[in-house]
Design a binder for this molecule. Structure first.
Ligand SMILES: Nc1ncnc2c1ncn2[C@@H]1O[C@H](COP(=O)(O)OP(=O)(O)OP(=O)(O)O)[C@@H](O)[C@H]1O
Length: 330
């Protein structure tokens, strides 16, 4: 029997220990495609009005989890709920509460932007003045007003993405699920999207779950779950996750990594990780160790870089792989 996996959670400080209702609960969810285990006993909660990010390399299992939560895949093992409604028994009700933007395109290219939005509104039973108001608001917030009469097929990838997001917002969902929302958006459009998401969070108390493989996007989230090969390996705010790394990060290059690694272990009692043709060390006083390394092994060390931990470092710390390397492993 395998025990449920518990992600490493950084302890919250006192200001964070408060009663906050959870809008999304995932409890020991596993999912298989035939022999392949895509999700392995995942558990986490997303609090009300929180922006929660699932960060992971491609193939980590984000889309599978997303498809489960958006009621497109049946739950095989474990349980999950949205707004206290069980996904296994209340899928129909849950669909009215959630807005979903998938990675795969869903626009009708032969219809205009506005027509695409109208059809979406009708699917949710929205019409008349309310529909016009919602469409106008979505167009405005996503910078699409000038393009509303253009055919969807004539839009750039980034603009199509924005229309997809607008579709997901028309019925004023309580919970928004966005799968890789920034894919295809230029930096300006990304900035505007995030401004809008924060506005939805603060002014309309919308709970937002996004999946992303972009570190800079993950930085905008209130909390993050790091997903690697179907397992949640860490959970916390971006600051908490970075603080969990334990000091500065040193990346050391050498023509003979193996020998240098052995010598560092013997002399300093620390074992470097070998990551992408370099050695990696975490140390509370990195600047001192950097100097000591160069003094001790002038022939072996070709370069050393020192930095405060980033989310990429958190990923390496937890998995032993760089983010893009993990994508190649899938
Ligand atoms: N329909 C499917 N049949 C078989 N295997 C699948 C299927 N969908 C996903 N997988 C496998 O399950 C694992 C998780 O895939 P998933 O798409 O959930 O990851 P992801 O993190 O969302 O990646 P991406 O961003 O590339 O979609 C991968 O190993 C993938 O190959």
């Amino acid at each position: 029997m395998t025990l449920p996996k518990t992600p490493k959670t950084v302890m919250p400080n006192n200001s964070q220990i408060q009663e906050t209702a959870s809008q999304i609960r995932v409890n020991e969810i596993s999912h298989r495609y035939g022999e392949r285990l895509a999700l392995n006993q995942l558990s986490f909660e997303v609090r009300s009005s929180e922006i929660f990010g699932l960060l992971g390399p491609n193939g980590g299992g984000k889309t599978t989890l997303f498809r489960l939560l958006s009621t497109l895949l049946p739950i095989q093992s474990g349980s999950a709920s949205i707004a206290e409604l069980d996904l296994a028994t209340h899928a129909r009700q849950i669909r009215t509460l959630i807005g979903v933007t998938f990675q795969s395109p869903s626009l009708d290219g032969k219809l205009t932007v506005q027509e695409n939005l109208k059809h979406q509104a009708h699917l949710y039973g929205i019409s008349g003045a309310l529909m016009r108001e919602r469409i106008q608001s979505a167009l405005q917030h996503l910078g699409l007003t000038d393009r509303k009469h253009d055919l969807a097929e004539s839009l750039s990838g980034g603009l199509k993405r924005r229309v997809e997001i607008a579709k997901g917002l028309l019925h004023s969902p309580q919970v928004l699920l966005l799968d890789e929302p920034s894919t295809g958006l230029d930096p300006g459009a990304r900035h505007d999207l995030w401004k809008y998401l924060k506005q939805l969070q603060h002014e309309e108390s919308v709970t937002i779950l996004i999946t992303t493989h972009l570190m800079e996007e993950a930085e905008h989230c209130d909390r993050l779950g790091i997903l690697h090969q179907g397992e949640l390996v860490a959970l916390g705010t971006p600051d908490e996750l970075r603080a969990s790394v334990g000091g500065d990060c040193l990346t050391i290059h050498s023509d003979d990594l193996e020998q240098l690694s052995q010598q560092i272990s013997a002399k300093f009692g620390v074992t470097p990780q070998t990551v992408n043709h370099s050695l990696r060390l975490e140390h509370p006083r990195g600047h001192e160790l950097l100097k000591d390394l160069i003094d001790a092994f002038p022939e072996l060390v070709t370069s050393v870089s020192l930095g405060k931990p980033t989310l990429e470092d958190v990923f390496i710390h937890e998995t032993g792989h760089q983010f893009w390397q993990a994508e190649e492993l899938v």
